[in-house]
Design a protein around this ligand. Sequence first.
Ligand code: MN3
Length: 198
Amino acid sequence: MKFTLPPLPFATNALAARGMCQETLELHHGKHHLAYVTKLNELVEKNAALQDKSLEELIKLSDGNTDLAAVFNNAGQVWNHTKFWGSLSPTGGEIPSRLERKLGEDFGGVEKFKEAFKAAAVGQFGSGWTWLVLGKDGKLKITKTSNADSPVATGGNALLTLDVWEHAYYVDYRNRRPDFIDNFLNKLANYEAVAAQL
Ligand code: MN3
């Protein structure tokens, strides 16, 4: 299967007033995300056993296989970035009442949810991702993964993700990852999309 870079679900300048500038999106989507797509296609082309597999199938079959580490990393990063763009919105930060109730049940309130998400995102040592997932028990949970890992390989249901690789925030926030996280939770996070997945 030949993978392509999915278009952003908004214009590259659509988040500028909300703390993610056009340069960040042009680099992050147009260079970083594209590079993972290009590299994945090269790897798949060279290996007949990988052809005709979906992105999710490639992630699952390469998970834990050191010979396929590059496939895992690039397929994971393609999937994770697509999920990340869907986790951002030009009208982000507004929490629908249905989701607010669920955050109250599972975290003890919106502020408690934000504190827990921020602690996980700040506490991810090095590069990685922070996730809001819906557990098999029906409860919302926060998890974090390193590098290209995600809940996909383990069958988790990811509803929202934040990229905490340095390239995600360096142009806008330099080294201030905590400020990037606060801005995401309060002004960018697509809670409408989360509610729609419940
Ligand atoms: Mn990234």
